[in-house]
Design a protein around this ligand. Structure first.
Ligand code: RNT
Ligand code: ZN
Length: 418
């Protein structure tokens, strides 16, 4: 077996023939943060009522042993996964992951102090943090409606929760001197055909207007709104639809969140990035994998993932597209799920960075679609694997599948003992 340097040198030369600088591609990708969602580690349970049900029309399926049941376990698992993934990382927290030190803290009573230990930890680990209010898995969301609820009391409750979340995000971003992206997703919808869609959506506008009325420093926090086409038990109408949020964020200068699981099976978010960025400064992605429904399977290195990365890098949009992940699989080792999904995101970014984009665009502008297709197809069989291995080596993370041995021993030594 040749060593990685020899193999890499050959790959470097192969890419150079197309005017692609592999060293530059690696350096570019190493600086793009990917926000790893904390909820892969514990099946979206959080620490508020660890045995409570996950509601809101989302579902984790599977019962693989070893889920995290405490903050320490979750951090430990996350660190393990992060140590096996190259590149810059952030962690996306939900409000239900508050560190309440054993106290029962209501959703409207969460405050910056409940996230101070996350901030300390993130500083130590050099991680950025993102945030999400949790508008599900709670008695006040039991009938499937939150910010658009006909009852003012229910709406007030969730408005307060979102405001509290936003203050926490602003605090975290200020502490880390690195803006938090706060994502608002609500489950609101109807199982059967509603009559007053307009009324429900008008109430949602009013609730968001109240949430965003308080001033908030954009250097510390950016607000992003996430749409959906349907949820389990909310098949007929989703109040926060794509068009609803598209309009709301444009009017109010907020970020649009595009979740790859939230559109029709043949509809892809990669195609939406270029439209959205014409009308707003930033967007947030929830990179996921839908299989027949919004099933949140672990992200694989498929065409859509590569296209998402290409759309970001082709346009030089890496500062305007915040890359977050959103999958939760409880049927396989959860650390492995994080590692596989996040390494795939990194792979897709590197694959995109290695594209001879200029040559492709030139063909396209000249109307030479034959050469465009030929070169695009050639890219698929370039020695990408060698550049990936080099990237992993440079980042000090295991190459190939070697990370799996570490996940297995961690499973034996830590997870199996829970
Ligand atoms: C649900 C949304 C939402 C959640 C997480 C847990 O359909 O995708 O982003 O998955 O916030
Ligand atoms: Zn999502």
């Amino acid at each position: 077996m040749k060593n990685i340097n020899e193999i890499y040198a050959a790959a470097k030369e192969a890419y150079a023939a197309y005017g692609v600088d592999t060293d530059a591609a690696i350096a570019r990708v190493a600086s793009i943060p990917v926000s790893m969602h904390c909820w892969q580690g514990d099946d979206v349970r959080g620490f508020e009522t660890p045995d409570g049900d996950l509601t809101g029309g989302i579902q984790t399926t599977g019962n693989y042993p070893g889920a995290a049941h405490s903050i320490d376990e979750l951090r430990c698992d996350f660190e393990k996964a992060a140590s096996l993934i190259p590149g810059k990382k952030r962690i996306s927290l939900h409000a239900i992951y508050a560190d309440s030190c054993g106290d029962k803290v209501g959703r409207c009573d969460i405050a910056p102090k409940h996230f101070a230990s996350w901030v300390d930890w993130a500083k130590q680990k050099d991680l950025g943090i993102d945030f999400n209010p949790t508008c599900f898995s709670h008695p006040m969301s039991a009938d499937g409606l939150t910010l658009s609820h006909p009852s003012a009391e229910v709406r007030d409750f969730w408005v307060e929760h979102c405001k509290a979340s936003r203050r926490i995000a602003e605090y975290i971003g200020g502490e880390l001197r690195n803006a938090v992206v706060t994502n608002y997703w609500i489950p609101d919808g109807f199982k059967d055909i509603p009559v007053d869609r307009y009324g429900a959506r008008a109430r949602l506008v009013e609730s968001y207007d109240r949430i965003f009325a308080d001033p908030c420093d954009k250097a510390c926090n950016l607000d992003a709104l996430e749409s959906k086409v349907f949820g389990i038990g909310a098949e007929s109408c989703t109040i926060g639809s794509h068009e609803f949020y598209m309009g709301y964020v444009m009017k109010n200068g907020l970020l649009l969140t595009l979740d790859s699981g939230h559109f029709h099976p043949t509809e892809m978010i990669s195609d939406k990035i270029s439209s959205a960025l014409l009308f707003m400064d930033d967007i947030l992605l929830h990179v996921s994998r839908p299989v027949r429904w919004d099933s949140d399977h672990v992200v694989i290195f498929d065409d859509e993932l590569r296209t998402i990365a290409q759309e970001i890098l082709r346009g030089g949009f890496e500062k305007r597209v915040h890359i977050g992940l959103d999958f939760f699989d409880a049927s396989i080792n959860r650390i492995a799920a994080w590692v596989i999904g996040t390494r795939n995101m990194q792979k897709a970014l590197l694959y995109a960075a290695l594209e001879p984009t200029e040559a492709l665009v030139k063909y396209e502008h000249e109307g030479d679609f034959t050469s465009r297709l030929a070169l695009l197809e050639e890219c698929r069989s370039m020695p990408f694997g060698a550049v990936w291995e080099k990237y992993c080596e440079m980042q000090g993370v295991p190459g190939g599948m070697n990370w799996l041995d570490e996940v297995r021993s961690y499973e034996r030594d830590v997870l199996a003992k829970r």
